[in-house]
Design a protein around this ligand. Structure first.
Ligand SMILES: C[S@@+](CC[C@H](N)C(=O)[O-])C[C@H]1O[C@@H](n2cnc3c(N)ncnc32)[C@H](O)[C@@H]1O
Length: 257
């Protein structure tokens, strides 16, 4: 495929931060600028890949053999199908990303690999992905599914998340799970973090940050696992002449009874 190399692409930028080779000079220049502004990016994207592995392991332990990864980025660098197939090559993985370039490149990278598909789709309106022929071919009648939305929720409004998660709930069989990371409100309220938020918003990127009570309102009819809404990203940030610890991300797993 032909790539528009006049602008960076999120999937390829993530690939670069993760040490992958599926990126171009335009992506590396942008990625390096972000790292100059926020050096912890490199640590954080790698931490999040570790989370994918733990989620897939826990889904497997719950008997889940089918996963839909929304807002997945490129299928490289220990992304979902790679860690899943290390556990069991029979796990079925459907990747979904809204970005056409990421989807086309993702499909090219996967080639004819078994038990995995990459679809262009919107996590806000997930039925298109769930009912796609590729998904049905992989999942068959199986609706016991694990969903993941990692580093994605801030790109969706409350209304989109509520509608999306309700659709997933109605489609899925009891026992299905949904795991999500959700950037915390401190991105907005801490001046040091807020300058990054303003850059996203200047670029017209939806960028929503949430408190625990705000997240709690999004959960029903899913149930929250006993681990609850966890603080998973304690980070030291500058605060005037000193520094302070803030939590930048929440993580939760939901289930259908
Ligand atoms: C920050 S990256 C996260 C990639 C991966 N989940 C990870 O944690 O490493 C977010 C990805 O979500 C995609 N995305 C943004 N909005 C989306 C939406 N509404 N539906 C599906 N994908 C979306 C972007 O194109 C991008 O590839």
């Amino acid at each position: 495929m032909q790539y528009d190399l006049t602008k960076p692409n999120t999937g390829r930028v993530f690939d670069y931060w993760l040490g992958g080779t599926h990126n171009f000079e335009i992506d590396r220049q942008f990625a390096d600028r972000i790292i100059a502004q926020w050096p912890l990016t490199l640590v954080q994207v790698k931490q999040e890949r570790g989370r994918i592995k733990r989620i897939v392991e826990s889904y497997y332990a719950q008997g889940i053999r089918a996963i839909v990864d929304f807002g997945c980025g490129l299928p490289t660098c220990e992304n979902t199908h790679i860690v899943a197939h290390q556990i069991d090559p029979e796990i079925r993985v459907v990747y979904c990303d809204i970005d056409p370039v990421t989807a086309a490149y993702g499909q090219e990278i996967l080639g004819t690999e078994a038990n995995v598909a990459f679809l262009q789709g919107n996590a806000g309106t997930p039925l298109t992905t769930l009912n796609a022929p590729e998904t049905l071919a992989l999942f068959g009648e199986n609706r016991l599914v694990g969903f993941t939305l990692l580093t994605l929720a801030h790109m969706l409004t409350d209304e989109q998340l509520l509608s999306s998660w309700r659709t997933l709930y109605d489609w899925a069989a009891p026992g299905s799970r949904l795991s999500a990371t959700i950037p915390s409100k401190l991105w907005e309220t801490e001046p040091y973090m807020n300058r990054l938020v303003q850059s996203y918003r200047r670029a017209n990127l939806t960028s929503e940050y949430r408190t625990i009570p705000e997240i709690e309102k999004l959960i029903s009819p899913w149930k929250l696992t006993p681990e609850g809404i966890q603080e998973v990203n304690p980070t030291e940030i500058p605060d005037g002449d000193t520094t302070k610890m803030v939590n930048l991300t929440y993580f939760m797993t939901l289930y259908k009874e």
